[in-house]
Design a protein around this ligand. Structure first.
Ligand code: GLA
Length: 409
């Protein structure tokens, strides 16, 4: 069962990578030190949509501190679409005055006072996806406005914009340059949904992360269209691993953990009524193996112990945030079992994932199956149990997974 990258995948990879040396893209010196590991935080989108407000963001910041997520590494609180009120007489954006009566600067001050950072959203066109004012033609003034408010992160969307790659690059670079010109450390999240292979050019546009897919939804699989289940997204990440690394990350979209189908975007569609706890565990573990940005979007004010413990699992967060910055990849398959491997600074993380709708048993020998020759310890990411016995075996529930962290010392 020893199997490596399929030839077709490798061929596709070489084709898509043609304009850029693959390893050069990952190993290029980061333009700055803002995202040396994948950004972690919270975003308002799936759960709240148009209900973003000053009071909500303050309550989310309070909750992120109280529930231990800040101390686990989550930092950015990102206000997605629907916050804009319009432009004033000097063409400066202002927030919706009813929902953000204190203005953005006061809100940023509050969030900073909690040891957290504030993110905001705009679009590389005249309108955002929700139809409020976007930034096209006002990039410099908007970047400066965000900087003046103390904004730390910009998610920049691509609704209502031309579909070609050249225009996308030009528009994203314009905002990237404008953010850079403010002299403020603002993480730049490119969100054109992967259609124009942003992994090839997003760093050149000064991006720190770039969406690789359409919007994720709170369901295991959808199989079609713009609304995308967790497995649909996961399967499209294969082959993108050469492009991720310190300073720039593939972004397979938000974590659905803890939504349980309550999110607004999910609710109208029968396929997106939420996942089981086992599926949320696998979702979180796979995103950590992918070195994905860990950006949740559930209601942090109302979380079960299960959700909180999963989102603060320190073993998995350490895998995601490992300073080597490698994205994991599938190195072996056996029936419905899929094995992923992520290189770590002082070891290797292995994820054994059962894709099947029925339980499945497995045996994994690190020497035989993955050439991991001298592991000193192996840690089970779910139980935290550390052992010196390298080979592992077990039974995985349907859609379940185990993650083993092999450390050299
Ligand atoms: C697009 C983005 C989403 C979200 C919405 C907001 O669909 O991909 O992540 O930001 O717009 O309208």
């Amino acid at each position: 069962m020893k199997m490596k990258l399929r030839i077709a995948t490798l061929f596709a990879l070489l084709l898509t990578a043609a304009p850029v040396t693959v390893s050069a893209q990952r190993e290029a010196t980061p333009v700055d030190t803002l995202a040396l590991t994948p950004p972690m935080g919270w975003n308002s989108w799936n759960q709240f949509e148009w209900e973003v407000s000053d009071s909500l963001i303050r309550e989310i910041a309070d909750a992120m501190v109280a529930n231990g997520m800040r101390d686990a590494g989550y930092r950015y609180i990102i206000i997605d679409d629907y916050w804009v009120g319009g432009r004033d007489t000097k063409n400066r954006l202002f927030p919706d005055p009813v929902r953000f009566p204190n203005g953005m600067k006061a809100l940023a001050d509050y969030v900073h006072g909690k040891g957290l950072k504030l993110g905001i959203y705009s679009d590389a066109a005249e309108l955002t996806c929700a139809g409020v004012t976007g930034s096209l033609g006002f990039e410099e003034i908007d970047a400066q406005t965000f900087a003046d408010w103390g904004i730390d992160y910009l998610k920049y969307d691509y609704c209502h914009a031309p579909t070609d790659r050249t225009t996308a690059f030009t528009r994203y670079k314009k905002m990237g340059d404008a953010l850079k010109a403010t002299g403020k450390p603002i993480v730049y999240a490119i969100c054109e949904w992967g259609g124009r292979s942003p992994w090839l050019w997003a760093r050149a546009a000064r991006g720190h992360l770039w969406r690789t897919t359409y919007d994720s939804r709170d369901g295991w699989r959808s199989g079609d269209g713009f609304l995308t289940g967790i497995m649909d997204i996961f399967d499209t990440q294969e082959g993108l691993e050469p492009y991720a690394g310190p300073g720039g990350w593939n972004d397979p979209d938000l974590l659905m953990v803890g939504l349980y189908g309550k999110g607004k975007s999910s609710s109208p569609d029968e396929r997106f009524k939420g996942c089981t706890d086992e599926e949320y565990k696998t979702h979180f573990a796979l995103w950590c193996m992918l070195a994905a940005p860990l950006i949740v979007n559930n209601d942090l004010r109302d979380m079960s112990d299960f959700t909180r413990e999963l989102l603060t699992n320190r073993h998995l967060i350490a895998v995601d945030q490992d300073s080597l910055g490698r994205q994991g990849y599938t190195f072996m398959r056996s029936g419905d079992l899929q094995y992923l491997r992520k290189e770590l600074k002082d070891g290797v993380a292995i994820c054994v994932f059962n894709r099947s709708d029925a339980p499945a048993s497995f045996v994994f020998d690190p020497v035989r199956d993955a050439d991991i020759l001298y592991p000193a310890t192996v840690t089970n990411a779910w139980t935290g149990r550390v052992s010196k016995k390298a080979a592992v075996r077990g039974t995985l529930p349907a859609h379940g997974c185990e993650v083993y962290i092999y450390r050299r010392k």
